[in-house]
Design a protein around this ligand. Structure first.
Ligand SMILES: Nc1ncnc2c1ncn2[C@@H]1O[C@H](COP(=O)(O)OP(=O)(O)OP(=O)(O)O)[C@@H](O)[C@H]1O
Length: 289
């Protein structure tokens, strides 16, 4: 389990990006980390990876502190960053020289991922497109079988068929000991994969976790649907004009079933972060603040 306890962090000391941030991540899940541009998604991933250090508070991954960068933590961590450099070597050489850092690395899985992505390990990394390089890194990250796998905007640069391959491969690589955190703006790419959902929103100039909830919790508290008019009794958290009426997110006091729409949920959270916090602050839901 990964715990962020009262974490304060800012690139400038006098202007923290996060202040008093609390968040718990459980193994066995693919967390989707959403937030506006500049909200601090990449920063949060770097804090979790121990590449940045909290100025106050603590981050713990089991018994380990990510910022200590001890081998026992590093061999269980893989980060697929948004921007990366890969050396000008064949995929096979890259795998052979990096796999030994990860005791659970599976060469069989890596071979399978490369095959799925239409690559061979004879190809040179410097002769691949950005999307192909990203596939190598994603495949390598999945094949490490680290307890913590962080991916920053992984579907950026992937073509349309590769996005569904990505969903399938990630879903197949998660087990009960693995925690996967994916930051993304491409909510449509990941709708069928991420659960729980974490949404960052601003409050008093600081970024906070406005929502952390499972898909089931979200669709219990909120209703996603179409209405012919906006003249309805139930409180609306978001609405937009759509063909034939309005696509809305409404409170759901009667527990009416509906299908989560992440884009609309994101907009509802940004528009009404305090109401969302209140709705989801039941004991079964862990929210920060
Ligand atoms: N190395 C840095 N030095 C100073 N400020 C930084 C640095 N990296 C990020 N920031 C600032 O911290 C804030 C959060 O940045 P971060 O990259 O974590 O956001 P993000 O949510 O990942 O954004 P995006 O969705 O645009 O990728 C932004 O205001 C950014 O300008």
């Amino acid at each position: 389990m990964i715990v962020l306890d009262d974490v304060t962090f800012g690139y400038r000391r006098k202007k923290p990006l996060y202040a008093g941030l609390n968040l718990t991540l459980e193994p066995g899940s693919v967390y989707g980390l959403l937030g506006p541009n500049g909200a601090g998604k990449s920063t949060l991933l770097r804090l979790l990876a121990g590449l940045l250090y909290p100025q106050q508070g603590q981050i713990r991954a089991g018994d380990l502190v990510p910022g200590d960068r001890k081998p026992a933590f590093l061999e269980e961590l893989f980060l697929v960053p948004e921007e990366f450099y890969l050396p000008p070597v064949r995929i096979r050489q890259f795998v052979d020289s990096n796999a030994p850092f990860y005791p659970r690395f599976s060469h069989a899985q890596m071979t399978g991922y490369l095959r799925e992505f239409g690559l061979t390990d004879e190809q040179k990394l410097n002769e691949l497109s950005y999307g192909q390089k990203k596939k190598v890194l994603i495949g390598f990250g999945l094949a490490t079988n680290t307890a913590l796998l962080l991916m920053d905007e992984p579907t950026n640069g992937l073509d349309i068929p590769s996005k569904s391959q990505f969903r399938r491969l990630v879903a197949g690589a998660v087990d009960e000991r693995r925690t996967v955190v994916i930051s993304t703006h491409q909510v449509r790419d990941l709708e069928a994969l991420i659960d729980p959902v974490i949404i960052l929103a601003e409050r008093d100039g600081r970024m906070t976790v406005a929502l952390k909830a499972s898909v089931e919790e979200i669709t219990t508290q909120l209703w996603f649907g179409m209405l012919p008019t906006l003249d309805v009794a139930r409180p609306l958290l978001f609405s937009e004009r759509a063909v034939g009426g309005y696509a809305v997110v409404a409170e759901n006091p009667t527990g009416e079933p509906s299908r989560l729409d992440l884009e609309r949920l994101f907009n509802a959270v940004q528009a009404h972060p305090d109401r969302i916090r209140t709705l989801f602050s039941s004991p079964s839901t862990v929210t920060a603040l």
